[in-house]
Design a protein around this ligand. Structure first.
Ligand code: MG
Length: 256
């Protein structure tokens, strides 16, 4: 009797399954609109796809201004299709403001770099430049090829918040790159945080930040903090260390 009950139950289950397969169609789970926009990818890896905003293509810094004086032109020099940091002139930032984006940026630590720890090729990419506190959310740029420092401040870190998953840096003198997916933080009307900023970062094609949530801005001293803001510029850091200045090139962004 017991065996018969189990057999009957199994039979009922299989009938239900068979019934389900007969009524569900593949089309039930397909949709055809909206159709994703057609984007033509670049011929060569790292170059901008058709819908990108070019922030620097090797020619000029027309998309950029000095952070400390928006009325004056930046002083960073363009040569050999690259921008070199001018540490005396301060940070530069984009004229445009962005919320969520995909960013590609390449940098090179000079082959004659000197210094150690944080004083060796230090720069940084502020994924949103803010006019207070730490000045925004910094993705660290630093030479960490055989140059140890505190791990949450090494290259690929979201400064003092999240160390990179791995150290994927190349030797000084070689061009390196970041591909970043940035989701800006969102705020409530009253200024409180609605959703944290998030960053996914590939360094030289290697994942170093996997949808990391930020705790706030990225100060050198003290704790991260969120303050309400909207679309903001992207900023490049002129760090005050004494090591030889680094260069950037091939910078483009896709708004998401
Ligand atoms: Mg830095």
């Amino acid at each position: 009797m017991k065996h018969f009950v189990i057999f009957a139950a199994l039979l009922a289950c299989s009938a239900l399954t068979a019934h389900g397969q007969q009524t569900a169609k593949p089309e039930d789970t397909e949709y055809w609109t909206p159709v994703p926009a057609i984007v033509t990818p670049a011929k060569n890896m790292g170059e901008a796809p058709s819908d990108a905003i070019i922030l620097f293509d090797g020619k000029n810094l027309d998309e950029w201004v000095a952070t400390n004086d928006s009325t004056s032109a930046h002083k960073w020099k363009v040569a050999d299709k690259a921008i070199t940091v001018d540490k005396t002139a301060g940070d530069i930032q984009t004229k445009r403001k962005f919320m969520d984006f995909q960013l590609h940026i390449e940098y090179r630590i000079p082959s004659n770099i000197t210094g150690k720890s944080q004083a060796r090729g230090n720069s940084g990419i502020f994924l949103a430049a803010l006019p207070w506190g730490a000045g925004g959310y910094e993705l660290q740029v630093l030479d960490n090829y055989k140059n140890p420092t505190y791990v949450n401040g090494q290259v690929g870190s979201l400064y003092k918040q999240s160390p990179p998953l791995v150290n994927a840096c190349r030797k000084p003198g070689e061009w390196q790159y970041y591909d970043v997916i940035w989701t800006a933080p969102r705020f409530n009307e009253d200024g409180t945080l609605k959703s944290a900023a998030r960053a996914t970062v590939l360094h030289n094609g290697v994942l170093v930040q996997n949808n990391t949530a930020l705790k706030g801005d990225t100060p050198y001293i003290g704790q991260p903090e969120y303050r309400k803001h909207g679309a903001e510029p992207i900023k490049l850091q002129a760090h005050g260390d004494k090591s030889e200045p680094i260069s950037y090139r091939n910078i483009w962004v896709r708004e998401l």
